[in-house]
Design a protein around this ligand. Structure first.
Ligand code: SF4
Length: 116
């Protein structure tokens, strides 16, 4: 199977082709090794960093931006979004505060300061 992939590691955006044969990925079109690794990961174990918003319960109409500390498996994005949707936090919130522990091997943290 051949996959066409646009590398998103840097702004150059190289067009890559990845041929998967018996679990081995052969990458073409990459300008550097990072692109080769990206295409290999996309074929064998695609992951994404999830960003979203969590409700601040003690402030009216207030949300805090959050993200996963590490990328999670692409197939777990919707489950992660459900966990984030069900979460809420009390102000004050500081950048880096842990909002959710152990979400598919990582944490969800705040990316914005919210005063009391
Ligand atoms: S292959 Fe290398 S140079 Fe090309 S977009 Fe990816 S990281 Fe950038």
């Amino acid at each position: 199977m051949i996959k066409n992939i646009t590398c998103i590691i840097c702004p150059k955006g190289c067009s890559l082709t990845a041929e998967i044969n018996e679990g081995i990925v052969c990458v073409n079109g990459n300008t550097c090794e990072r692109g080769k690794q990206y295409a290999t990961d996309e074929c064998l174990n695609p992951t994404r960093t999830v960003t979203s918003m969590v409700r601040v319960s003690n402030k009216c109409n207030c949300m805090v931006s959050v993200k996963t500390v590490k990328p999670i498996p692409k197939g777990k994005i919707f489950e992660t979004m459900e966990l984030i949707r069900g979460a809420e936090v009390c102000a004050p919130v500081s950048i880096g505060d842990v909002i959710l522990e152990d979400v598919f091997g990582t944490q969800v943290i705040a990316t914005k300061n919210i005063d009391r």
